[in-house]
Ligand binder design. Structure first.
Ligand code: PRT
Ligand code: MG
Length: 216
């Protein structure tokens, strides 16, 4: 009997883009998360299961051993802090970037050079704080949990810091991407205690994922 392995994933793009990596490890998820309300999914391997958690909760689940390993966006990892996590692989999936965006017509260049305070709304307060601190820009940070695009349109904030992929969401809301802060992809994270206790099965999964990372 091998030791059971729990993998934490979030529904949507991370789940979908992790399936080919799991296939490389000989693992098939046998239930469709879009068709069921179950939060624990079985696989064709009796000792491997998948738990579905919010994208931002993946690092926390793995940190405290609620899952042995997980797939998390670099954005979530930075905001979490990464304590207690071994991060062996950049999986190069679920790619996007973190950017600053403002309402069309807002003088961003002027605002950041004139030393005025910038009102910034974001879910990514750590990333935003470090970025504006490195530029010497004073910010009033407003923490939001979603629909960031609304903030500049309603006057809640001057700028947002958010994830951008195609740019369609910004365009649809008449916002302009004025700065790119960093590129984002998802990483494999592993609980440090599990890595010692379940070394064999975890190493097999890590190696299989490594061999299947998309080349571009
Ligand atoms: O949606 P929920 O509130 O549950 O959580 P979440 O948004 O954190 O999770 P999810 O599943 O949407 O995203 C999981 C991870 O996928 C993120 O942590 C990123 O690392 C990665 N990722 C890659 C993205 C995107 N691309 C992306 N485009 N996450 C979110 N988006 C959103 C973005 O926030 C914006 O609203 O898509 C919109 C922009 O997309 P474009 O294509 O219009 O530019
Ligand atoms: Mg989302």
């Amino acid at each position: 009997m091998t030791q059971p392995i729990t993998l934490a994933l979030s529904k949507g793009r991370i789940f979908d883009e992790t399936l080919p990596l799991l296939a490389a490890a000989g693992i098939t998820v046998t239930e469709d998360p879009e068709k069921s309300r179950k939060l624990i999914l079985s696989t064709d391997q009796p000792d491997v299961r998948v738990v579905l958690v919010r994208a931002t909760d993946v690092p926390t689940y793995v940190q405290y051993g609620g899952a042995d390993l997980g797939v998390a966006g670099k954005d979530s990892l930075i905001e979490h802090g990464g304590q207690g996590l071994f991060r062996p692989l950049d999986l190069k999936i679920a790619k996007c970037r973190v950017s600053v965006a403002v309402r069309a017509g807002f003088d961003y260049a002027g605002a950041v050079t004139q030393g005025s305070r910038l009102k910034v709304a974001t879910k990514y307060t750590s990333i935003a704080r470090d970025f504006f601190a490195s530029k010497g820009v004073h910010v009033d940070m407003i923490k939001l949990y979603g629909s960031m695009e609304l903030a500049p349109l309603t006057g809640l904030a001057d700028a947002i810091v958010d994830l951008v992929s195609t740019g369609n969401t910004l365009k649809a809301n008449k916002l302009i991407e004025v700065e790119q802060i960093m590129d984002i992809s998802s990483h494999l994270v592993v609980n440090q205690a599990a890595l010692k206790l379940k070394q064999g099965p975890l190493k097999r999964i890590i190696d299989a994922f490594a061999s299947a990372i998309p080349k571009v």
